[in-house]
Design a protein around this ligand. Structure first.
Ligand code: RB5
Length: 147
């Protein structure tokens, strides 16, 4: 059985630009649709602009998932989680990338391009894209967040 093709919004600041370009290729090779909200070069920009673009698309249903990359992933996760319905998970390794899907139904993955290398980032994106939400008691808990 093949993996469901999803529409993924992706965004970064200058610190995540190079990794964003690599992850776009990976997502396309996995059969997903990619909506690139920038940035478009390694020139210095402000991460909240890109977090807002991606988070609003995902929160509004225009995209199924989002991926946000900055130097640490911290600024992106703080900004994205201000949006109702967004569950942005800042992950630096495979276990939390998987658990953020299984238990938290994370709809945005935040990565720090100055924290992890591209090889690990790609493995994390594969796991994060392919891991389903477990539902059940975890569904009750995520519903409590937006109460
Ligand atoms: C930019 O220098 C850096 O602050 C940004 O990429 C990010 O790490 C913020 O959280």
């Amino acid at each position: 059985m093949g993996v469901t093709a999803l529409k993924v919004a992706i965004g970064s600041d200058h610190g995540g630009y190079v990794l964003k370009e690599e992850l776009k290729e990976l997502l396309l090779s996995m059969g997903h649709e990619v909506v690139d909200k920038g940035c478009t070069s390694p020139e210095s920009v402000d991460y909240p602009d890109y977090a807002k673009e991606v988070a609003s698309l995902v929160a509004g249903g225009g995209c199924d998932r989002g991926i946000l990359i900055c130097g640490t992933g911290i600024g992106m996760s703080i900004a994205a989680n201000r949006f109702r319905g967004i569950r942005a998970a800042l992950c630096h390794e495979l276990f939390t990338a998987r658990m953020s899907r299984e238990h938290n139904d994370a709809n945005i993955l935040c990565l720090g391009a100055r924290v992890i290398g591209p090889g690990l980032a790609k493995e994390m994106v594969k796991v994060w894209m392919e891991t389903p939400f477990e539902g059940g008691r975890h569904h009750r808990r995520i519903c409590m967040i937006d109460d």
